[in-house]
Design a protein around this ligand. Structure first.
Ligand SMILES: *Cc1c(COP(=O)(O)O)cnc(C)c1O
Length: 416
């Protein structure tokens, strides 16, 4: 049996390689940090991790994880409702509720699981889920597992969202689902307008804040804080695998009865193992650190502002924004890949994103800033961008693009 399957799989894998869609993985020889060592011995500056607060190898986080091994053991060998709930899990849930300004929180092994398990227990064929077109794959999968009807609105387009709300007026319950920060362009969802529409049309709001929790908003509480709608979002899902230490784990946080129902019915919660105690303890420590000081949160934001400023001045075409995700637009697909490769040769690790990850003709290099970076790291990155940009004719081309835009001959050329 497998022989014919093997031939077919090998064909498909070859096809992926020929189309340039095959993903190979670079192996790191040490921890995640600003300067990483690759398995081939190269040292490179890392600008493609979600390590926004620089906690992935922070000594306080490592201490918290180590101490928890002695106090709570290695693992629970159980799901939560059988014998897998320790005080550290309840403490983390309470802390998250407090931090996010919600009534209750339920932990999952990942945010992918949280999104996979959040819809089906709450919504059925009488209901409608209204989803931003650029939402994360895990939201899309979660919606697929649920019998509610699905409506998709154009990315961040409030008129189109309103159309969906009108079209779903016969549904029992409606929920608007959106990423808080969109990972490919670093823009922040218009949550204030979304919450206003939700109130007007009597819908719930669900935000996946994975790329925001920990550093977006004045206290790092995320998009709801940034958009000044704390308390108006019914459901927040987020990850501990990005700003909050980068290991794994996630949660759903929100209204008490909703969380209680998820504990009864959410399948990834009921049938998957408890979050390991070192992760729960280290995530707790990360939240404590954020409450004690704004230092790391301010540092990643300052780094992002500094990088954006330097890159704009050099003449690069950036999607505007305020997050630590900076999209350097190249538009041309082979160029984006080539430029990222050249930057790696210069010791700057960034990734070029092309179709189908971003729309055709919108190829870009995504740069992610971290509190672990210092000014010298950022200066080196910008210097390499300029050098490679000149070599590949990018800077000249964009100066030209900007001139024509200024004379009104050309639109912004941007995604939005
Ligand atoms: C990273 C991410 C996830 C997945 O989080 P994990 O905890 O790694 O499963 C889900 N949603 C969004 C928007 C993300 O960016």
């Amino acid at each position: 049996m497998f022989e014919s399957m093997r031939v077919q799989l090998a064909d498909e894998l070859n096809e992926l390689k020929q189309k340039g869609l095959y993903k190979s993985e670079r192996v790191l020889a040490g921890p995640q940090q600003a300067c990483i060592e690759l398995a081939d011995g190269r040292q490179v500056l890392n600008f493609c991790a979600n390590n926004y607060l620089g906690l992935s190898d922070h000594p306080d986080i490592l201490d918290a994880a180590r101490e928890s091994l002695d106090r709570w053991g290695y693992g629970l060998s159980s799901v939560r409702f059988i014998c897998g709930t320790q005080e550290v899990h309840k403490m983390l849930e309470a802390k998250l509720s407090n931090f996010l300004g919600t009534e209750d929180t339920i932990l999952y092994a990942s945010c992918f699981d949280a999104n996979g398990g959040v819809f089906a227990p709450l919504f059925d064929e009488r209901d409608a889920i209204i989803s931003d077109a650029l939402n994360h794959a895990s939201i899309i999968d979660g919606v697929r597992l649920c019998k509610a009807s699905r409506l998709v609105y154009k990315h961040a387009d409030m008129d189109d969202l309103e159309r969906c709300l009108r079209e779903s007026k016969d549904a029992r319950w409606r929920v608007i689902a959106t990423d808080g920060v969109f990972s490919m362009d670093g823009c922040i969802a218009p949550l204030s307008a979304i919450c206003d529409l939700a109130r007007r049309y009597d819908a719930l709001v669900m935000v996946d804040d994975s790329h925001a929790t920990g550093y977006v908003g004045r206290n790092g509480r995320g998009t709801a804080e940034y958009r000044d709608v704390l308390g108006r979002v019914d459901l927040i899902t987020t990850t501990f695998g990005k700003a909050l230490g980068g290991a794994s784990g996630g949660c759903v946080s929100g209204r008490r009865e909703i969380i209680d129902m998820l504990r009864q019915r959410s399948r990834p919660y009921l049938f998957s193992n408890t979050l390991a105690p070192p992760i729960a303890a280290a995530t707790l420590r990360a939240l404590d650190m954020l409450e004690e000081s704004h230092h790391l949160r301010d540092k990643v934001v300052d780094n992002a502002i500094y990088f954006r400023h330097k890159m704009n001045r050099a003449g690069f075409d950036l999607l505007s924004g305020t997050t630590a995700i900076v999209a350097v637009m190249l538009y041309d697909e082979p160029l984006a890949v080539q430029m990222a490769d050249r930057l790696l040769d210069e010791g700057i690790y960034v990734i070029g994103f092309t179709y189908p990850v971003v729309p055709r003709g919108q190829a870009r290099i995504r740069v992610q800033l971290s509190a672990a970076h210092n000014r010298e790291h950022i200066g080196r990155a910008v210097g390499s961008f300029i050098q490679v940009g000149i070599d590949l004719g990018v800077l000249k081309r964009h100066k030209h693009r900007k001139r024509t835009a200024a004379t009104g001959e050309e639109g912004s050329g941007r995604a939005r």
